[in-house]
Design a protein around this ligand. Sequence first.
Ligand code: OGA
Ligand code: MN
Length: 325
Amino acid sequence: MFKTVFKQYKVKSTSPDLSDVVSFDEIDDKPKEDSIAQRLSFNNEITDLPTFPGLKTPRAWQTFVLKDHPGLLVIRNPFTDHGQRYWIARCLRDYPRAPNIVNLNARLFDESVRSDWWKELQECKDPTERQRIKAAMRWTTLGYHHDWDTKVYNELSKSPFPQDLSRLCQVFASYLGYHDFKSEAAIVNYYPLGSSLSGHTDHSEPNHLAPLFSFSFGQTAIFLIGGRTLDEKPTAIYLKSGDVLVMSGESRLCYHAVPRIIQTDESLASLPNETALENSNLVDNDLFEQVRDSNYWNPFSSYIADSRININVRQVLHPGDLKLN
Ligand code: OGA
Ligand code: MN
């Protein structure tokens, strides 16, 4: 069932029927008995959440659940356009740098590209080579590095987890009542139009009770969420730029996939004069300022015009553990 639906959306030749894809934009506040998705209301705790640069006030966030997929939540774009610009720039300029690990193959790319992909891409003048470098970037790993072959984390393969991303996740974790969440491993996925991610479960983490946070930026994904086996029919939802998907509870170990990226126009151009950051140590303040400038933002903007970026953050260890055993 899962694979059949995956293929329906992945088809290259024809345009797939999108009428069953759940769009959270079309769900209103009034709960309907029979609807597949419903909006959750939070009223009390959220007033104590710390403010975070680039996030709207939690009172304005819209959180959705899917009736048939308990534990799966979507917080519909809680970011300001400015905030989205910041995270996109982090994923392109900074996160692919050494000591983080990228997919770029040593036989195909020089050490300079493999250790600072974005810088080399910007400096490359040859259009064919630029396109080759751009399209080759598919993932980078942070913190405990995901091992794509063994699917086992290793204490010896680990780099520092970015503090800004860890603090961002803490805000969402606290919002949902997970006050002890620790960001310990992340995969940043880069999806050029036409790429996909096939059905899988994320079970490498010894801790399956902690939620998984997944951030979408740039072009829209069709995301499939299924059950614990491939026999169950998945539900298709849109994940748009800025959306935060949370896989918690029963959905944490469910099959999921991204069969297709859909190009949509979005400009991230709404940048009202925010009050200057009073040297908050939550984000890279220089970058936060730089991305407001249209010249600085331009190369990032052209990257996401035909790509999607996903940041997929997990806690690895059990609470209180300091390392893998
Ligand atoms: C993953 C993953 C989903 C996405 O990285 O494990 O499932 O939305 N990503 O890109
Ligand atoms: Mn996954």
